[in-house]
Design a protein around this ligand. Structure first.
Ligand code: ADP
Ligand code: MG
Ligand code: MG
Length: 201
């Protein structure tokens, strides 16, 4: 199994910036249906800033890369997704400590802790039609494989369509939120798919 070092996480986050750029219009369309039509532009701004700071100042450990990226998301994204994804990355980084490199199991464990922190911050649980519907199954499946994590995240995102939102802006719509895929769960699946591509390529 490959060692995941600082350079790996910089490659992943830089690829996330490109993926978000490519999918921004789709993410914003999903948010237009049940939110305020800014999810794509929020993440585009945030991940562009992440890629820029990592290109300038490349931290030496996975933990430091993820912590810096999380801080950058929190300071550049005004919407709900900024602090939530920022917390996800920061808490993953914190859990990895100052290790020079980590393996997939250790990353899965760190991500699991970070997902719990996101749930606590947002007061949400899986089934509330949020990013957690993709993140929670992905963190669980990552203990076994990258491909499984990507599949679990994609399935989790698709499974938000019939749900009624209980958190975030979409919850203001009540029953009218049913029948639309959650934008945050969709972007979470994109970030996990990009992780699997980075690990496989
Ligand atoms: P905003 O709603 O402030 O415009 P975004 O559009 O960028 O922010 O992000 C919306 C996404 O954030 C939602 O689709 C949902 O997945 C996620 N989200 C919103 N509130 C919460 C919460 N309390 N817990 C977890 N995720 C949430
Ligand atoms: Mg929005
Ligand atoms: Mg907004």
């Amino acid at each position: 199994q490959q060692d995941l070092d600082a350079a790996f996480f910089i490659r992943w986050l830089t690829a996330c910036a490109a993926a978000v750029e490519r999918e921004a219009a789709h993410l914003t369309d999903l948010d237009a249906a049940i939110g305020d039509a800014d999810h794509g532009s929020n993440l585009q701004r945030g991940f562009k800033a992440v890629a820029e700071v990592l290109a300038k100042d490349a931290p030496a450990t996975p933990g430091a890369v993820l912590t810096l990226a999380g801080r950058q998301l929190i300071s550049t994204v005004g919407g709900a997704s900024g602090p939530l994804y920022g917390t996800l990355l920061r808490r993953t980084g914190k859990a990895l400590g100052d290790a020079q490199s980590v393996d997939r199991e250790r990353l899965a464990d760190a991500l699991g802790q970070a997902v719990a922190a996101v749930a606590q911050l947002g007061g949400a649980a899986a089934g509330d039609k949020t990013m957690l519907d993709a993140l929670e199954p992905a963190a669980g499946a990552l203990a076994a494989s990258y491909e499984g994590a990507a599949r679990a995240a994609a399935e989790g995102a698709e499974a938000t369509t019939p749900l009624q939102a209980r958190k975030g802006r979409a919850s203001y719509l009540g029953e009218r939120s049913v029948g639309h895929q959650d934008p945050g769960a969709t972007s979470a699946a994109l970030l996990v798919a990009t992780l699997a591509e980075t690990a496989g390529g």
